[in-house]
Design a protein. Structure first.
Length: 547
């Protein structure tokens, strides 16, 4: 299927058009035939990012001559394989834009190109949302600033509710509204995830129809103006908040560094990728182009996670695997605390106070149960006895689980935990491997001595260990929710095809846990190898060379 990628943002100033133009250049240089289409209803800017004066023709020509299509008004650019369809010079009235967008939608089928990049503008106007829905991959562009992240969530909320409107017949929507009103709930005040849970209880087929519409445009995030690790963590917090509020994944396709060369390129009216091909911002956009191609090649996305948050396991709430260490649970908690704290959450404009407090409480409950050894052991036993996980999936528990004390339950263990104020962090418990056996739990018999196991500290070592255990990359990808392409890149140590260290560290840890390896040790070793591979050799001192 031909790739039609739409780019939009919650607010202006995030560099959306700059990202679109330079994504087009990166894809064209990779051998793809690319056509950029400027669909910003508030006025075209894409041509300026490519160093163009205003082209003589653009999409307005479609309104003036019903016989021509987009291909007739596409202009060649100095970049081989890259063409541009210029947008409107001035803002267009909504009625006129809607008619023009219909012509564009019909003409997309005849437009040449392996990848069509549609710059849809910013904001939540109907013209931008309708243009965004034309793609089969939607790219949200945002900066790490709180206002920009909040605007991105608001845009996503509007897009998903628009999908609901298009997927459901009017009588189904009215029945859903009547059901919610009977329960005393306002549909506009419910999170989209909660809305879909309620719809599933009313009409499962209708919910599936909405899911099919949502899956037509899987979403990706490109974060621009990234200055430091805190900005990268803001992207991770947004992705977590996004999944909890909408039930839809938001993978991070690229991190574009804050780079003075961007301003210099804009001032010179030159494309960034041509004027400064080796700067951090250009490299970030190039890596994003590669990952977006991988995402498009991966096939259809998985179904939305439209389950009631109360029904999720503690591990899914914390977004860690059952073998996660106490340190990993602590780290996940820090990200989640930022994602849902009132002063920092991007969800503030779309969740009312009660819903946000319920979300915070769900995270706190999961954290308290998993960070204390006694409650975690009992909770894990409950998961195993319920058939939700295998004993081998639980950290440090292989074979038979230790017997529980009579009457012991997960609820009892949670009730025995000390109360924790909202936002406060309980003291970390020791991991199951080095902690004392909790009261009421029978100690497992000592295992027979085994030969020391060498820990693989390279990508090739991980591959050999995986093959020794008979595990496939497909199975690990399904279990960890990490793309198979990323797992392959880790084994082959293709660092330029992998995300930044803050995300790569988590990928390697989960990969190692699936193989029963010490996650921290493996992650530290591979990140060191990455740094060594990507660090250029020091330049020789010119004075020493002349001497």
């Amino acid at each position: 299927m031909r790739r039609v990628w739409t780019l939009a943002g919650g607010k202006g100033g995030a560099g959306r058009s700059l990202v679109a133009a330079n994504l087009g250049i990166a894809l064209a240089r990779a051998g793809r035939r690319v056509t950029l289409v400027d669909l910003d209803p508030h006025g075209a800017a894409l041509h300026g990012c490519l160093g163009f004066g205003r082209p003589a023709k653009g999409i307005l020509a479609l309104a003036q001559d019903a016989a021509i299509g987009l291909d007739a008004v596409a202009a060649d650019t100095p970049v081989h394989h890259l063409r541009l369809v210029a947008g409107v010079p001035d803002p267009v009235a909504p009625e006129r834009w809607s008619a023009l967008l219909e012509r564009v939608a019909r003409s997309l089928e005849t437009l040449e190109g392996d990848v069509l990049l549609l710059d849809c503008g910013s904001g939540r106007g109907a013209g931008t949302l309708d243009a965004f829905a034309l793609g089969n991959l939607g790219i949200l562009v945002s900066t790490p600033e709180p206002a920009a992240l909040e605007a991105a969530c608001q845009f996503a909320d509007s897009h998903l509710r628009s999908c609901l409107e298009h997927a459901l017949a009017g009588d189904v929507r009215r029945a859903l509204n009547d059901l919610l009103e009977a329960d005393g709930a306002d549909p506009d005040r419910l999170s989209f995830r909660t809305l879909m849970v309620r719809l599933g209880a009313l009409d499962a087929a209708a919910r599936d129809a909405v899911a099919a519409t949502v899956r037509r445009v899987p979403l990706e995030l490109v974060l621009t103006q990234v200055r430091d690790e805190a900005d990268e963590e803001a992207g991770a917090a947004l992705a977590s908040a996004f999944l909890k509020a909408f039930g839809v994944a938001l993978p991070i396709a690229g991190l574009v560094a804050h780079d003075p060369s961007v301003l210099q390129a804009v001032q010179k009216h030159r494309p960034l990728a041509q004027q400064f091909p080796n700067t951090p911002a250009t490299k970030g956009i190039t890596r994003a182009a590669e990952r977006l191609l991988q995402a498009a090649d991966a096939g259809e996305p998985g179904p939305p996670e439209w389950e009631d948050l109360a029904a999720l396991s503690h591990y899914r709430v914390m977004e860690v695997v059952p073998k996660a260490s106490s340190k990993e649970i602590q780290a996940a908690y820090q990200v989640l605390k930022r994602a849902y704290a009132t002063e920092s959450t991007p969800l503030l404009p779309i969740l009312h106070d009660e819903a946000l407090q319920a979300l915070q409480g769900r995270v706190e409950d999961a954290y308290r149960s998993l960070i204390f050894l006694e409650s975690r052991v009992l909770y894990d036993r409950n998961l195993v006895e319920g058939g939700h996980v295998s004993p081998h999936d639980i950290r440090g528990l292989h074979g038979d689980l230790p017997a529980a004390a009579p009457g012991a339950t997960v609820a009892a263990a949670e009730a025995s935990a000390a109360p924790v104020a909202a936002g406060a962090m309980p003291p970390a418990a020791a991991s199951p491997s080095d902690a004392a056996v909790p009261p009421g739990v029978t100690e497992a018999p000592a295992a027979e001595p085994q030969a020391p196991r060498t820990v693989p500290l390279t990508g090739e070592g991980l591959r050999r260990e995986r093959q020794r255990l008979g595990q496939t990359l497909e199975a690990i990808a399904s279990r960890t929710k990490i793309r198979q392409a990323f797992l392959t890149a880790i084994e082959e140590e293709q660092w330029d095809r992998l995300p930044s260290p803050v995300f790569l560290r988590g990928f390697v840890r989960e990969f190692a846990l699936c193989l029963g390896l010490p996650a921290d040790q493996v992650a530290k070793a591979l990140l060191l190898r990455r740094d060594q591979a990507l660090t250029p050799p020091a330049a020789e001192d010119p004075e020493r060379r002349s001497a």
